[in-house]
Design a protein around this ligand. Structure first.
Ligand code: NCD
Ligand code: ZN
Length: 346
């Protein structure tokens, strides 16, 4: 007999929708299952001001199918020139729900990010005052730090000092990939949460490198050792309100991924909810899927849980997910977990 799980309609607390043709292609994949998403601002050029966020918001709404109830929650890209008053006004108007910190050079389109944290002190202090969350890409960019250590080093060298210097600043450690990240979040009883992606619950670094290089498993922060994946699974499936879903679904066209210098990002918007049902079933935690995907995020962001519901069904035969979706810019490969998934959205 089919097994079902019904949860409040989930939200995605970390999503890349891009712009133009790519936005048109990927938006329906998220809007199908999710009510809301925190929209990353790393466009080219980045979404830095409230006016730019308003325009991007309107482009997203214009790209939605008629009748869709999907709500984009906008973010601003923090630069050393960001104006605290502009941020505060954008938050007060309800347009902007977080500010995103990319250390300069850490990942895709992060060149305008922050190099000198003293130059963003005034913005961070204002955010602490008004309770606006800072979403952090938690990796140092120093060339002498091994890519697999960049998250752990970031916690000690950057994140912990910023939090100590800015009491009351509410921080989301985005897409944590290590046990160090899990432990750091657990060590704090206030003002700190973390998103975890679907793919980091499924792959470890072997999936990228063993038996030939797999560009579609390459993302940033890069997947780590198996022990870290296990720590992420334990955190996500624990029900602990500090951990919530942020898919970091990050579309790039196949030619840009399958290249001598391939882009970072896994595209998981299409099949995230069935994959999560699979993972949570394996963890004997299907009853905690709602906490991770539907309840903990709104609680952190001080928003209501969605009234609407989503039902997942486990069938006897594997679900056929499309291997890729089309866009006018080129095909985008959908994340392949590498095992059959029997869950689908009803
Ligand atoms: C993201 C992208 O492509 O914009 N890539 C990724 O590997 N996650 C950027 C990011 O979130 O780091
Ligand atoms: Zn991202």
């Amino acid at each position: 007999m089919d097994k079902t799980v019904t949860i409040p309609r989930p939200d995605d607390w970390h999503l890349h929708l891009r712009d133009g043709a790519m936005l048109k292609a990927v938006l329906p994949e998220t809007a199908r299952d999710f009510a809301r998403a925190i929209i990353m601002p790393n466009l080219v050029p980045p979404v830095v001001t409230a006016a730019q966020a308003r325009e991007y918001h309107d482009r997203i709404l214009a790209a939605l199918a008629p009748g869709s109830r999907f709500t984009p929650l906008m973010t601003l890209y923090l630069t050393e020139e960001t104006d605290p008053d502009d941020v505060a006004a954008a938050a007060a108007s309800g347009l902007v729900h977080a500010v995103k910190l990319y250390p300069a050079g850490a990942t895709t389109n992060s060149a305008s990010g922050v190099s000198d944290f003293d130059n963003v002190r005034a913005v961070l202090e204002r955010m602490a005052e008004i309770g606006l969350p800072l979403c952090v890409h938690g990796e140092v960019t120093d060339h002498d730090i091994d890519i697999f250590d960049r998250e752990a080093v970031f916690i000690d060298r950057v994140l912990d000092p910023i939090r100590r210097a800015t009491p009351g600043l509410r921080v989301v450690m985005e897409h944590i990939t290590t046990e160090n990240g899990v432990d750091y979040v657990k060590s704090s009883d206030r003002d700190l949460g973390a998103t975890i992606t679907t793919h980091h619950l499924i792959i470890n670094r072997n999936h990228i490198l063993v038996g030939g290089i797999k560009p579609h498993y390459y993302c940033l922060p890069v997947a780590k050792r198996e022990e870290h994946r296990r720590a992420l699974r334990a955190a996500a499936s624990s029900g602990d309100p500090r951990f919530f879903l942020g898919t970091d679904s990050a579309p790039h066209t196949d030619p840009n991924k399958e290249s001598a210098c391939g882009c970072a990002g896994c595209f998981t918007a299409t099949n995230t909810m069935p994959l999560l049902a699979h993972v949570f079933e394996e963890e004997n935690a299907l009853d905690r899927l709602a906490a991770f995907a539907s309840r903990n995020g709104p609680a952190f962001y001080r928003l209501p849980v969605n009234q609407d519901r989503l039902t997942l069904i486990r069938a006897d035969t594997p679900t056929d997910f499309p291997p890729r979706i089309g866009s006018a810019d080129g095909p985008v490969t959908v994340f392949d977990p590498g095992f059959p998934v029997y869950w689908r959205v009803s």
